[in-house]
Design a protein around this ligand. Structure first.
Ligand code: NOJ
Ligand code: CA
Length: 704
């Protein structure tokens, strides 16, 4: 009853706004009433919406609409009907940060018809933690195909918001983030930042999604997309004067076309995540809830959260190489993926309880890598002569370890597509069921982009075909994740951002990088960031591969304790221990945390958080009473007291605290880690001391 009166008042408000003679307007609220969306159809037949959160406008009146070839879905629209529904259910992710997720919303479908008679719907779902909406065009007789020329969706900001953004790049997500006012968004400096392998920035006043903002009243808001299938990825053009973000869909090779689709058609969901505090963004499940339920039927036990090591960092620091041959066709002598080295990593994994070993550069073709005009570069069923596949398979099996099979495609997509069946059958024959894909380079066919419809379809095809073959996927250089791991839980993680590798061969990632990533890119899904570097100064290596010269004082800009904290603060069901085994063997006491930390969780709590500055995350290991805490800061040292009121009342726990040691500092003293143990009970307070660029990692295990 109360609810109805509230609706009526809001309706009244809207119809009093001058200049908008509305044909239709309706307000719909979230189940807890804190989020309200107004949907409006003006006299000119233009659809728009507004969003309020906790009594304040967060998105002002913003345009809705699509431009199809031959059909204008943005003006002279007529209302045909509308429908309100609601739904509540609870679902269990196959792996994740929590055991169960509540999916509860109120929905409003606005049914419209264009001036030339095309019927379509705009569907809004209002959740307690945000809003999702999309366009749907049903099946229509004699019209099977549509061509999307533009999506006109806008997000109008009320004031000049504090914004954490990365540039809109059609081809790469491997940029650093900037924190500025929305009116100051300008990616000009990224144009000369040639580090990302393939970069295509067209508009310096546009950003990628998710983009995160804080309003004057303190609300945190992130604009993202969910369930990106059969459509280009959503970027946002920024009107820095009007403070309006307009959807920009990455085009197809025909730059005038955004996508071509069969009917029935719907766009991906446009998602607005809302939270009164920064930590709430990290426990927000809107993007997952907007995705479809798991499509993999039957046994899912082959999908295994895990930790892995690999023949990887040694290549990025130039100690070994991917290529087997030099330019004269002779063995380079520093090929990393040789049988003896693989066995060394298998032994290390087995000894330390890791189930995976990634091996890069094991198959023919690497000598031609970077030849970005070539379609046929790699052969995914032909190992190099020094990589004895049957023996590696036998040895791995004996040790209870599986190889994570590398499939760098060099962005030669037709070639990879032709080889998929044989490549998957080959690895399965040898007992392996996880791949790491890679798409470095310019996409073939030419003119397509990493974020365009063609590639979105390719990434989705890989998920379907690997699922049929019971293969897990870690994708590098794909588009940013949009929650598809709910539908395809064999998608363990994506890179789709600037990872640890940049510390090896570029000016690196600054101390606020990971602290911005978790509030932006990570909102759509896990990242294969590859934490755990203990030898953070890299100039101690003498690179044998001249491409990876370490004389430039490349380094990781964190303390070692912060590298430990990343295993808890950066969520992924698959986490690499990225450093060389010999570096771990030198510090077994510190390495113990990486051995202990799990990758699958029953519960997650954010104990404190500020975007780009700091975070403290507590997680309960899946189906146990064991807790793990990760805390990390940017270049500012910080001291926290956190209350452990989430522990069980009848238990005593032993906490092992791995913290920045005396005088630790990410630049001039990154190595000291102080390890201490304390007994704890529910309600205890724990002091967390973080050095500049530092972190703390804590395991809390019941002893009774
Ligand atoms: C870039 C990936 O991000 C990295 O992990 C990989 O080692 C190289 N490409 C080679 O595929
Ligand atoms: Ca990469």
């Amino acid at each position: 009853m109360k609810k109805r009166i509230f609706f009526a008042l809001i309706l009244l408000n809207i119809s009093l706004v001058p200049g908008f003679a509305q044909l239709f307007s309706k307000v719909i609220s979230s189940p807890n009433n804190k989020v309200q969306v107004s949907l409006i159809l003006s006299e000119k037949g233009e659809a728009s919406y507004k969003v309020r959160f906790q009594g304040k406008d967060v998105i002002g009146q913003s345009r809705l609409g699509l431009q199809l070839r031959g059909h204008d879905l943005s003006s002279r629209l007529k209302w045909v009907g509308d429908e309100t529904t609601s739904d509540k259910n609870t679902w269990k992710p196959v792996w994740g940060e929590v055991d169960e997720i509540v999916d509860q919303y109120n929905a409003l479908t606005l049914k419209l018809v264009t001036s030339d008679g095309l019927h379509f719907d705009i569907v809004f779902r209002i959740y307690n933690d945000g809003v999702g909406f999309r366009y749907e065009v049903p099946q229509k007789d004699k019209m099977h195909e549509i061509v999307v020329l533009d999506e006109l969706t806008e997000f109008k900001m009320i004031t000049d918001l504090s914004t954490w953004w990365a540039p809109s790049d059609w081809d790469s997500n491997e940029h650093s983030y900037t924190h500025s006012r929305m009116s100051e968004i300008d990616a000009t400096w990224h144009l000369s930042d040639i580090e990302p392998f393939n970069q295509h920035i067209v508009d310096v006043h546009a950003v990628q999604t998710p983009v995160t903002m804080q309003t004057e009243s303190g609300t945190y808001m992130s604009i993202a997309e969910a369930a990106l299938v059969d459509y280009g990825a959503m970027h946002l053009e920024v009107d820095r004067v009007a403070l309006r973000l307009k959807t920009f869909i990455i085009p197809t090779a025909d730059s005038t076309i955004k996508s071509v689709n069969q009917l029935p058609f719907h766009t991906p969901w446009r998602a607005v995540l809302l939270s009164p505090d920064a930590g709430g963004l990290l426990t927000n499940h809107l993007i997952l809830n907007l995705n479809e339920a798991c499509k993999i039927k039957g046994d899912l036990s082959w999908i295994k959260p895990q930790k892995y090591v690999g023949i990887w960092w040694e290549m990025h620091i130039g100690k070994s190489g991917w290529n087997y041959r030099d330019k004269d066709g002779k063995p380079t002598g520093i090929h990393g993926a040789n049988t003896a080295n693989v066995k060394r990593y298998i032994d290390f994994a087995a000894k330390n309880g890791f189930s995976g070993v990634l091996v890069e550069g094991w198959y023919e073709g690497w000598e031609q890598w970077f030849n970005t005009n070539k379609d046929e570069v790699f052969n995914f069923t032909k190992p190099y002569p020094d990589y004895n596949m049957p023996e590696i398979s036998r040895y791995a099996k004996e040790k209870g370890v599986k190889i994570i099979v590398h499939h760098e495609t060099s962005a030669a997509v037709p070639s990879y597509t032709r080889q998929m069946d044989s490549a998957y059958a080959y690895m399965k024959k040898y007992g392996f069921n996880a791949i790491k894909t890679g798409y470095v380079g310019h996409i073939i066919p030419k003119g397509e982009w990493h974020d365009g419809q063609f590639m979105i379809n390719h990434y989705n095809q890989v998920l379907r075909r690997t699922a049929q073959n019971q293969i897990m996927v870690v994708a590098h250089e794909p588009t940013r994740p949009s929650g598809l791991q709910r539908t395809w839980p064999n998608l363990m993680a994506c890179e789709a951002a600037r990872g640890q590798e940049y510390n090896a061969w570029s000016k690196g990632n600054d101390p606020s990088h990971e602290l911005t990533l978790i509030f932006t890119r990570f909102l759509g899904g896990p990242m294969d960031y590859t934490p755990g570097i203990f030898q953070v100064e890299l100039d101690q290596y003498r690179a044998l591969d001249p491409l990876f010269d370490q004389s430039k004082a490349n380094r990781v800009r964190t303390t070692v304790a912060k590298q430990l904290a990343l295993y808890v603060t950066l969520y992924s069901p698959i986490q690499m221990a990225a450093d060389l085994p010999e570096n771990y063997e030198k510090r077994p006491d510190v390495f113990q945390f990486i051995r202990d930390v799990p990758t699958d969780w029953s519960e997650t709590r954010i104990l404190n958080a500020a975007v780009g500055d700091y975070v403290t995350t507590a997680r309960r290991q899946k189906n146990t009473s064991n807790w793990f805490i990760g805390s990390m800061t940017d270049e500012t040292p910080r001291h926290f007291k956190v209350k452990l009121d989430f522990l069980e009342a009848d238990k005593t726990y032993e906490a092992t605290i791995y913290e920045d040691g005396k005088a630790a500092h990410y630049l001039n003293n990154p190595y000291p880690v102080n390890i201490r143990k304390v007994r704890l009970q529910k309600g205890a307070s724990l002091k967390i001391n973080l050095a500049a660029g530092g972190g703390s990692a804590i395991s809390i295990i019941p002893i009774n």
